[in-house]
Design a protein around this ligand. Structure first.
Ligand code: PLP
Length: 344
């Protein structure tokens, strides 16, 4: 974090204040506040050179995937491959001689797959491959990937850390001074840093992060239990339920299950639309992690740009609704879900 503020693209005192906060949240030596979650990703990806390979988890935020496939791969001649990282033996086999970066989300957006950060970090030890964990869904309240062996943590601060759906921002946290210098060079050159005013908004939001996450999580657990046994629900995915295949792994690396729920209704697009149209407190919107509860349809919204074959493999089907549980009254939210389901 610069100590001399001679030009605001390179740094400003309010951004530096936020960066100190972000570093402490992830127990990191250094942090950067970026102009969006995607700007944080782009800053990291600019460490790559022509011919390098990025090993990316298969279920990743649609925007990250779009950047990798549509910009980085064709324009910068970077190889991209996407895999399920559950099987560590298979994971090791997917490493190539030119692999420079491994990109991980856990729980993933949108299907909430869970991966073992520690095992993945151990598998990469000594290879020189940087492990980046997008910790947006888990939040720093619940998971600190640097403590589990990651090299860089990335956040869309637009979500839980900002927390009020009124700012677009991103964060990077790390421990290595050498990496810090390389990333700072990219950030100040490309102008991917956050403005002073937006930094101030994120600082204000960050003060209530822990209480917001815990309240939302309490409701999410109640909602997940309610939905899991509902007759109109085909499948319910929530890392806090024992039915989740990654339940034990998530528990071992996270202090809480989070407040994102993947809901698969019996039926298809018609049923998903009827459910979404009848929600009154949950608002139809693409974002997540704010004080207000949101619902969205990944297949036609956040993940519409993911190729149809890939969506099919991942299970991003037409009957899938993603819920971001907010901090409104628990009973009101449960009643809203029950009412919308009754109209399906
Ligand atoms: N990472 C994850 C997991 C996300 O869900 C998003 C956005 O939804 C991003 C990164 C990108 O963040 P931003 O919209 O702040 O650029």
């Amino acid at each position: 974090m610069p100590v001399v503020f001679d030009y605001a693209r390179c740094g400003n005192p309010t951004r530096a204040c936020l960066e100190r906060t972000l570093a402490s949240m992830e127990q990191a030596n250094y942090a950067f506040a970026c102009s969006s979650g995607m700007a944080a990703h782009v800053t990291v990806m600019n460490l790559l050179s022509r011919g390098d390979h990025v090993l990316c988890v298969d279920d990743v935020y649609g925007g990250t995937q779009r950047y990798l496939r549509k910009i980085l791969q064709p324009n910068a001649d970077i190889e991209i491959s996407m895999h399920d990282f559950s099987d560590i033996k298979e994971f090791k086999k997917s490493i190539r001689p030119n692999t420079k970066l491994c990109w991980l989300e856990t729980p993933t957006n949108p299907t909430l797959k869970v991966f073992d950060i520690k095992k993945i970090a151990e598998a990469l030890k000594g290879t020189g491959i940087l492990l980046v964990v997008d910790n947006t869904f888990a939040t720093p309240v619940n998971t600190n990937p640097l403590l589990l062996g990651a090299d860089i943590v990335s956040h869309s601060l637009t979500k839980y850390v900002g927390g009020h759906s009124d700012v677009i921002a991103g964060g990077l946290m790390l421990n290595s001074k050498e990496l810090y210098d390389r990333l700072y060079f990219v950030l100040k050159t490309m102008g991917t840093g956050l403005s002073a005013f937006d930094s101030w908004i994120v600082i204000r939001g960050s003060k209530t992060l822990a209480v917001r996450v815990k309240q939302a999580e309490k409701t999410a657990m109640a909602a997940a239990k309610f939905l899991a046994s509902h007759k109109k629900v085909q499948k319910l995915v929530y890392p806090g339920l024992k039915s989740h295949p990654g339940y034990e792994i998530h528990k071992s690396q996270s202090k809480g299950p989070g407040a994102m729920i993947s809901l698969f209704l019996k039926g298809g697009l018609k049923e998903a639309c009827a459910f979404l149209e009848n929600l009154k407190i949950f608002t139809l919107a693409e974002s997540l992690g704010g004080v207000e509860s949101l619902a969205e349809h990944p297949a036609t919204m956040t993940h519409a740009s993911v190729p149809a074959e890939q969506r099919k493999i991942l299970g991003i089907d037409d009957n899938f609704v993603r819920l971001s549980v907010g901090i409104e009254d628990t009973e009101d939210l449960l009643a809203d879900l029950a009412n919308a389901l009754s109209k399906v």
